[in-house]
Design a protein around this ligand. Structure first.
Ligand SMILES: Cc1cc2nc3c(=O)[nH]c(=O)nc-3n(C[C@H](O)[C@H](O)[C@H](O)COP(=O)(O)O)c2cc1C
Length: 210
C-alpha cells in the first residue's frame, strides 16, 4: 500500500492500523517529531489542563533498554521513535499558566479564571479518583491524535500497553508526578499491519440508556 500523505481524514482513520515491523534505518528528525507532538498536543483536555508529557525515545541505546521492559516487542527497537505517553497526576498545577495566559491575552476575565481554578483545586483535592482518571483519560486523547498525525504524514504507529510500567518508571527516571499511559511506536512500516476487524456498529451502540 502506498504511504498515505496528508490525505483526507477518513482515509487516515481507516488506514491507521497497528504496525509491528518497522524499517530500522528510517530516522525522524527532532523537528519532525516535534511537529507530530505539537499536533498531538492539540487534543482536547479537561479544563484545558493538557495532562500529558511526551517522553520521546530516539537513541538506540535507550530503545535497547526499553526492549526487555516491553517484553521483547521488536517495534520498540525498529521504530524511528517510541513516545511514552505520560499522564500528569498534578495537572491542576497547570491551571495558573493556562488561564493566566488566557487572561493576559484578553480571552478570559480574571473572575472566570479564579472560578475555574477554584473548581479544579476542589476536584483535585477532594475527589480521590480525579488525578489518575483525568491523567489517563486526557493523555489517551493525545496518544490517539499522535497516531492519526503520524498516519497523515505517511508514517505508521503501534500503541503499546504491553510493558512493565514500574520498570519503565525506574529505567527512564519518570518523576512521581507522571503515570505511564502507553507507548506509541512510530516509524516507516516494513510490513503491513495484521488485518483486524471490528464489531458491527449496531453491536456497539445503546440508544438512550441501557
Ligand atoms: C492501549 C493499547 C495497548 C496496546 N498494546 C499493544 C502491545 O503491547 N503490543 C502490540 O503489538 N499491540 C498493542 N496494541 C494494538 C492492538 O492490538 C490493536 O490496536 C488492535 O488489535 C486493533 O488493531 P489495529 O490497531 O491494527 O486496528 C494496543 C492497543 C491499545 C489501544
Amino acid at each position: 500500500m502506498p504511504p498515505v500523505t496528508q490525505t483526507d481524514f477518513f482515509t487516515v482513520v481507516r488506514e491507521r492500523h497497528s504496525v509491528k515491523h518497522y524499517d530500522a534505518a528510517h530516522k525522524l528528525s527532532e523537528q519532525e517529531i516535534k511537529e507530530l507532538l505539537e499536533i498531538a498536543a492539540g487534543a482536547p483536555s479537561s479544563w484545558n489542563l493538557q495532562h500529558w508529557k511526551f517522553l520521546a525515545i530516539t537513541d538506540q541505546a535507550a530503545k535497547e533498554k526499553l526492549l526487555p521492559i516491553a517484553y521483547g516487542q521488536k517495534q520498540v527497537v525498529e521504530a524511528s521513535v517510541v513516545v511514552a505517553i505520560l499522564g500528569d497526576l498534578q495537572a491542576n498545577l497547570n491551571a495558573e499558566a493556562v488561564y493566566g495566559a488566557a487572561v493576559q491575552a484578553g480571552l478570559m476575565p480574571e473572575n472566570v479564571k479564579s472560578a475555574l481554578i477554584g473548581q479544579i483545586e476542589n476536584a483535585y483535592a477532594n475527589v480521590p479518583a480525579v488525578p489518575r482518571d483525568e491523567a489517563l483519560r486526557n493523555a489517551s486523547l493525545a496518544a490517539m491524535q499522535l497516531m492519526l498525525a503520524a498516519k497523515a504524514k505517511g508514517l505508521d504507529s503501534c500503541p503499546m500497553g504491553g510493558y512493565d510500567a514500574g520498570q519503565f518508571v525506574e529505567a527512564f527516571n519518570v518523576p512521581p508526578r507522571y503515570v505511564p499511559v502507553m507507548l506509541v511506536a512510530i516509524g516507516k512500516a516494513a510490513a503491513p499491519a495484521r488485518p483486524t476487524s471490528r464489531f458491527p456498529v449496531e453491536q456497539t451502540i445503546v440508544w438512550n440508556g441501557f
